[in-house]
Design a protein around this ligand. Structure first.
Ligand code: F6P
Length: 453
């Protein structure tokens, strides 16, 4: 059996308690096949950044620090200041600097140089996400012949947007160094194929493979990422009686609970959601004091200016909404800027009547799937889901809304609160079946089988 080599910007060490779904999936695949996980250590080093290795069972972790300049230009600058907004359909937020693009390319080259000597010819290399778009081509330039797959966790806009990026022709064509490119949704796949056709004169064959004029072939397909549904359901069952869940339930004093959990990111549509809450309370005074909106939003990428701006904006909106509608014994929006363990969140999801997942654009959105997996089958809550989350391609029984229209969100609250129990059960059963069937193990197995075929 081939050895698996996972490459991602962030590496989840087995000792880290807060490993998310993707991290657990990679750890399971690595443990099964044996292998190596390569990426940034999460640390900023000074001077020559050496490779550090750690071992756990049959898995090796190879970590490299970034210099301050690399962190600035590669991570904050090009990856999160340029690519993130562009790929999330927000060109007006795009901040482009040539030196950031050079830094991004330099770090990808440095990763390739550090990784190539560790590779064996029969390894299967799986590269993750937008930080590492040029990596496969850099590895090929160093003579690496192993099978290489790339999975993009975030959305991909059509060529009309991709081509506004200065030097896009030096970036996206580098994906041709892969054998397999995986995307979250069919529209992401269409976008990439259109770019390959128009910009690289590629031919798309009936079997879905792409052929470039130099004869190189790449497969491009959809692999929607999932969660460990069985584990989340079990965590939620256990957490139902945990202290944290019970404290939350007690604090509600019988009120309905609408819950959202998002990284504090402008792609998540938080201002529009807060605005919708205010409108709902204006339009439906009968619901004042009878529903609480809990927004859990751990801060993220705070060294990027747009993220700091968003935080202040949300503080203003939440403060204004609460100031306007709160009673001495009730606030409409409970706004919490910290993270919680997966188990604690599962308990919170389980007792929520509405799960509000309303991003402006999202690759998949695993919160939507975790909310579904956490529900009690006999009395499940209602999922309100943005049509611009990848999850909407599969969770048809959610109430699907357009997050740019606050009225749509307002109406979805009213619909969710009035939904009869048999309808809630029926919708939930269909969604749970989907989340269970296409779970994280199915995702990684499908991708790796295809890559090794
Ligand atoms: O969803 C994209 C992603 O980059 C994930 O890979 C990552 O876990 C998350 O966003 C958090 O971002 P960062 O690594 O920048 O903190």
């Amino acid at each position: 059996m081939s050895r698996l080599v996972v490459v991602s910007n962030r590496v989840a060490l087995p000792t880290e308690s807060r490993a998310g779904g993707l991290a657990s999936a990679m750890q399971a695949a690595l443990a099964e096949m044996g292998g190596l996980w390569f990426g940034w250590s999460g640390k900023i080093g000074d001077g020559e950044c050496a490779l550090r290795t750690e071992y756990s069972g049959n898995v090796e972790y190879a970590l490299v620090d970034l210099s301050r300049t690399d962190y600035q230009q590669f991570y904050l600058g090009f990856a999160n200041g340029t690519l993130w907004p562009l790929l999330h359909f927000r060109p007006s937020l795009l901040d482009y600097h040539r030196e950031d693009f050079s830094g991004y390319c330099r770090v990808n080259r440095m990763f390739a140089q550090r990784l190539a000597p560790l590779l064996r010819s029969d390894d299967v290399v799986w590269i993750h996400d937008y930080h590492l778009i040029p990596l496969a081509a850099e590895l090929r330039a160093l003579g690496v012949a192993a099978r290489i797959g790339f999975f993009l966790h975030i959305p991909l806009p059509p060529p009309e947007l991709l081509t506004i990026l200065p030097h896009h022709e030096q970036l996206f064509p580098a994906l041709a160094g892969c054998d397999l490119i995986g995307l979250q949704t069919s529209s992401d796949r269409e976008a990439l194929l259109a770019y390959f056709r128009r910009q690289m004169q590629a031919t798309v064959h009936a079997d879905g493979s792409v052929e470039f004029p130099d004869g190189r072939r790449v497969e491009v397909d959809v692999f929607p990422i999932g969660i460990d549904a069985a584990k989340v359901a079990e965590l939620a069952r256990k957490a139902a009686t945990s202290t944290a869940t019970q404290r939350l339930v007690r604090s509600l004093e019988g009120r309905e609970l609408a819950l959202s959990v998002d990284r504090l990111d402008y792609s998540k549509g938080l201002p529009q959601r807060f605005e919708a809450v205010a409108r709902f309370l204006t339009r439906h005074p009968e619901w004042r004091s009878r529903i609480s909106f809990l927004q859990i939003a751990p801060p993220s990428r705070e060294d990027v200016p747009e993220y700091r701006d968003l935080r202040s904006r949300l503080e203003r909106i939440a403060g204004a909404t609460n100031g306007r509608y709160a009673e001495p014994d009730w606030v409409p929006i409970r706004y919490v800027n910290r993270s919680f363990s997966q188990a604690t969140l599962a308990g919170f999801y389980r007792v929520a009547d509405i799960g509000l997942v309303t991003p402006l654009r999202d690759g998949m959105n695993l919160v939507a799937k975790e909310f579904v997996a956490s529900q009690p089958p006999d009395d499940p809550g209602v999922l309100v889901l943005s049509s611009f989350a990848g999850a909407a391609e599969h969770l048809h029984e959610a109430i699907i809304i357009n997050p740019l229209d606050p009225e749509d969100i307002v109406e979805s609250f009213a619909r969710a609160l009035a939904m009869p129990l048999p309808e809630r059960r029926e919708r939930w059963r269909a969604m749970f079946e989907e989340v269970r069937r296409n779970d994280i193990a199915a995702w990684r197995t499908a991708f790796l089988q295809r890559l090794q075929a």
